[in-house]
Design a protein around this ligand. Structure first.
Ligand SMILES: Nc1nc2c(ncn2[C@@H]2O[C@H](COP(=O)(O)OP(=O)(O)O)[C@@H](O)[C@H]2O)c(=O)[nH]1
Ligand SMILES: [Mg+2]
Length: 227
């Protein structure tokens, strides 16, 4: 048998190493009883705006915190800190995704048992983040109405690796002639059965239904841990 090309071999080892760290993170999250949600999307879909709204609304009843990844700047951490939740920026330099080890380092001094929800905003990218497990309970993929309906078909891997899809910026849907049915069917074609919510972080429309889904999942996790 021919040996694998060296690049593939190195990539496999990196992913294997990432999976080991992700597994230990997942154990740590479960032991602490924190429900972890990661967010992936293309840059500008509205991850930070959506997360700021999520943190602000959830904070009323739950203990929440966030990590946010970008190639450069602390801008998103500054925006998210407006929710008054603990927030930490991870800057990746040239790397187009977060890795489990980066999450582990960022959380070094955090007492996770003090949290109900931890959110992780990944670097804006519809390709690289799909292969990297971060130990999260739920991976959420966002697509905004301004991106068009066919992104799930063009970037199937990231939609396939997600558990929940959010269509954002629905306040702009009419202006860009967004077709909800087409987008929904495209998501289902790639990932049959995936729950999909539509909402606007700007107006708050649709946030309630999504938060109900999230808090129900958190409750399920708590009940499973108690058994
Ligand atoms: N109209 C509208 N604009 C939004 C919404 N969500 C985000 N934006 C805008 O979209 C741009 C990119 O949002 P941002 O949260 O930075 O996206 P990220 O790069 O995915 O984190 C910003 O100008 C936001 O104000 C929304 O629901 N409606
Ligand atoms: Mg952002």
């Amino acid at each position: 048998m021919r040996p694998e090309p060296r690049l593939i071999e190195v990539r496999k080892n990196v992913l294997k190493q990432n999976d080991l760290v992700a597994r230990s993170l997942r154990e740590r999250f479960h032991d602490a009883g924190v429900f972890v949600v990661s967010l992936v999307s293309s840059p500008g879909s509205g991850k930070t705006a959506f997360l700021e709204k999520t943190l602000t609304l959830l904070r009323k009843k739950y203990r929440v915190a966030a990590l946010v990844g970008d190639l450069a700047t602390e801008n998103d951490a500054v925006r998210l800190a407006r929710s008054v939740a603990p927030v930490k920026q991870i800057t990746t330099g040239t790397l187009c995704h977060l890795e489990a080890a980066m999450v582990q380092n960022a959380l070094e001094e955090w007492d996770l048992a003090q949290l109900d929800f931890l959110f992780i905003e990944n670097v804006g990218n519809l390709v690289c983040p799909s292969s990297y497990d971060l130990g999260e309970d739920l991976r959420l993929v966002l697509i905004s109405v301004t991106e068009g309906e066919d992104k799930p078909l063009k970037y199937p891997t990231i939609f396939n690796s997600a558990d929940l899809a959010i269509v954002t910026k629905i306040d702009l849907a009419a202006a860009v002639e967004f077709n909800w049915e087409t987008a929904f069917n495209n998501i289902q074609a790639v990932r049959p059965g995936m729950p999909v919510f539509q909402l606007s972080a700007k107006t708050g429309d649709g946030m309630e239904a999504y938060l109900e889904f999230l808090t129900a999942r958190h409750k399920e996790l708590q009940q499973a841990a108690a058994v």
